[in-house]
Design a protein around this ligand. Sequence first.
Ligand code: SF4
Length: 295
Amino acid sequence: MIPSLRVSVWPSCDLACRYCHKEGNPHPGRHLQDREILEIIQAALPVGVVKIKITGGEPLLRPYLSDLMAQIIRWGVSLTLTTNGTRLSLWAAKLREIGLKRVGVSLDTLDPERFRQLCGVDNLASVIDGIHAARDARLPIELNTVLMRGVNEDEWENLTDFAKTIAARLQLIELSPAAQSPEFYECHHVNLDYVEQVLQEQGETLESVQDPSDRPRYRFHGVEVSLCRVVDMNQTMSKRRQGLRLSADGKVYSFDYRQPCLADLAQAYRQGTRGKDLTRLWIHVGTMINQNVPH
Ligand code: SF4
């Protein structure tokens, strides 16, 4: 009923990206303790959760995160993590050791000055170090790049070449209007058609059967490149919308934040709800979200 979860484990971040939507939760409450996260996630497993993505803020700022993730992996969940990469060099070997399936690293530019302007910190070198550490640890890597007009729309081929050097996949992401200021979106949104035209002409189209989100995928310069568009929410995004988000302060949201908070599981937990009663809350949320998915 709920195949996938995005779990934010840390509300803050050491970067300040201009397009950050703060996971739809700009003023989070007290973040969940390890035991609370684990019991809330464990209660979701009977509802069909088989894939979990760990996010933040910046998840690698959370102390003892590897212990928490190792426990989730022991339950048989396919676990991935998305990071800004600034601390990845410290973590890569450990993430590989516990059995993380893949690390997604945000990388919008290879230009240090662009990075500083976009992310508010002069720290591209740490991110590159982290990516190299992940490669050296043989951790599968996906680079995530938001393409923006007037910022980095000319860099996607360079990023493809960089992805090749580290045997990574590259996901090119269209700027979303959700949680952006209208001015920022208006100024920097760029349609990905100009990229897809090159990929179609010069690349190889890959079947999308393994990609439940139905994103177009290509092989280009030896790299798997996928496009993540802001598409009609009533069409191809419908499968992804069955996934849910658990915020760092224990609230449940739809994948696309199109609906307000669906449940406050931190509050329920702290009022004594446990085990099967938590699972009933997940079932209730899953029913609500599936009723709103177009078929
Ligand atoms: S790295 Fe991610 S969470 Fe951190 S500021 Fe940038 S977009 Fe936001």
